[in-house]
Structures are given as C-alpha cells and as structure tokens.
Design a protein around this ligand. Sequence first.
Ligand code: ZN
Ligand code: ZN
Length: 423
Amino acid sequence: MSVAQHRPIIDEAWNVEVNGRSYRWPRRPVVVICYDGCDPAYVEAACRDGIVPNLARMRADGFDGVALAAMPTFTNPNNVSIVCGAPPSVHGISGNYFLDVESGEAVMMLDDAGMIARTILSGFSRGGAEVATVTAKDKLLKALAKDLDGVAFSAEKADKATLAANGIEDATRLVGRPTPGQYQPDLSLFVLDAGVRLLEEHAPDLVYLSLSDLVQHSHAPGTPEANAFMAEVDARVGRLIALGATVGIVADHGMTDMALEDGSPNVVYLGDALDARFGVGRTRVICPITDPFVRHHGALGGFVRVHVLDPELEAGEVLAEVAATDGVDLALVRDEACARFELPADREADIVVVAEAGVAIGARAADHDLSQLAGTRLRSHGGLAEQRVPFILSRPLNAAYRARAEDTLRNFDIFDFAINGTD
Ligand code: ZN
Ligand code: ZN
C-alpha cells in the first residue's frame, strides 16, 4: 500500500486518524516509554522494596493495569505494534527474522521494509506536531522513524546523528555525555535522559522512548541489579512527569527464566528432533528472536516457525510430531496461527510453535551459541508466558477509558490511552 492511502486525516477538531483509530491533539506533551522486557514482576518487586517512588505514585494516582503484548513476544513486532497502535496483521512485522521461501534464505527484518502501516508518530508529525523518538538499539530506528518528520535517533549511534538524517546534530551534545556501550544498562538510561532533555529544550508534543532488555535477560525481578536499574529508570520517569508530560509505560514483552535446576538452559532443539524424525533438510526451523547484535539469549526463545520444505511431506504429519514434542505448548498451522495471534499471513511459516512457560525452543543445537550464557541462567521471551506487561499511566483515566480498561488491554493501546484517555 502506498503512503498516500495512509495519509492521516486531520479533522476540524485536530484529530489525527491512524490505522483506524482517532487521536486528539495532545494538550500537553505525551511520553510513551517501551520498557523493554519489563515483566510486571519487576515493577511489583521494586514497588514492594519501596525504591521506585515515581512508579508507585503513577500506580496510585494515575492508572495501573496489565496489558497483553502482541505475539510473538519479541522486540521488533511489539515496538512496531505500539507505534502503529495495531497488531502485526496490520503493520506486517512479525519477527526479527523470516525465511524467504523462494530463495531459501533467512532474511532479517532489520528496517522498515515490509512495514505496511503508518505510525502514530509519523501521523502526528505530518500533521504538524513536534514528534521525537529515541531508541536504545539502532536496529529499531528505521521502523520507528518511518515517514517521521522530527527528531529520531538511537542511543547506540547518538554521536553519529545528523540534522538531515535524524533531525538533530550529534545527540551526545543534547544528553551531555558520550554514547554508552551496547552492552551497558546505561544505553537505556541514555534514552530516558535524552527524553528529559528533549522535553526541556524542544517542547515536543509526542515522544516515544524505547529501551533495551539487557538487564532483564540477565537478572530476575527483585535482584540487586534489577532493582538498581528500576530505581535509575524511576528517577528519570519522575523528571519527565515534573516537566509536565503525561507519561505512559508499557513493555514489548515480559521475561521468563528458561533454565533447569542446575542452571543449564531448558532447551528443546526442534530442528534436530524433526531432522531425526523426517530426515535432514525436509523441514526448517526459524527462530525469529535471532539477533546478531544481541548475545545474551543465544537466539533462544519461546516461539519458532517451522517450514515444511519437502512437498512430499504432509504438513499435518509434521504438525502432529511438533505438537507431541515435550516442552511444546502450542503448534498451529499457518491460518490458525494468523487468526489467533493477528499475524500477517504472507510471511508466516507452515507451522507456528509456542513453548511451554520456562522452555526455550531452538533449531538445531549447532545453530545456537550458548557460550555467552556461561554462568548465567537463560532468561528469554517469545511465547504466551511473556505476554503480560505493565500498562501504567501518570494521570487517571477519564470515564470512557476507565470503562474500556475493563476489557483486555493490549500494549499497543498505550498511545490511545495516554492521548485520548486522560484529561
Ligand atoms: Zn524486547
Ligand atoms: Zn530480548
């Protein structure tokens, strides 16, 4: 679909129409934070320990809910869902990787290629609003900044930002410190600091800040490391609220411990199992969590796709084998998976597989490098067990949205609630 078909409609009341939802013009800055990998348990533990006063105040005085993330519970599909206000079936991004069946190549969905919907951010920016987005990881930037006329940069490459490409020259000058390393929690804090500085200097109408789940992959809720990070995030959230913003916090997915009692990863290598059962090369398991820039999960998560490559082989036979495999919670054929999880059919595999809680599904053992996990328990995401995420707002909901919140909330409702649901 062309961009023209997605032109935002601004009516006389200055409502912006994006992907079938209407957003009113923000009367004060709205900041939405995608707290990557923040399972509700992290918030609970930190509040219990009394170390996140601003989050606690938001929950008490604003709105405190739990929403369901889009499936699969990976970073890219959910960030794109959040900024589009719509599920993957609408925007087209359903994983980090997919198999190009024609070429037999696993192709990375790195940028906005294949993204068929407009974002709320671009809709407002095209309508004349001041819009900004900052992401920890550069790989997400193209998707978040699609058709966006405003400030858009990644913490990872903040020093490389240019006025022409990012709407800001060298963003480290804005934040006042150098670009943090890719594997430091500071990468996420840099994003939040940038948000604070943008609010101070640029008076934006709409801001989207997307963090990294580095800490959550390595540390369980309530641990000193996780709590220390929560407290740092909380301090910055407090500053955003103090600057007059309506702040909405949501996550792209939760996080589950996927290790056995002895600390080794609890993995089912489905690719090896299918090779043993049907012969090598007749099926192919794709792990859409695969991310060459992220080493802390060994490309293991709770969701994989199985392609049946041999036309002689019945998909039903493979489905039965997958469904009977220990550790598999759900095995669905393409159409069933697309209907149930609101996925785009054109990039979907023959069979969609969801692991049981606490189990990771891999392709073949040889495909996964677990050396980076040495000494730490595998914590990851991708399945239904990581679908619950916090949905927290700094202001109370109006009556209409209080009523809507009685139904199941989705993480991609957050812009709607933050913009239209607060008075
Ligand atoms: Zn994530
Ligand atoms: Zn992750």
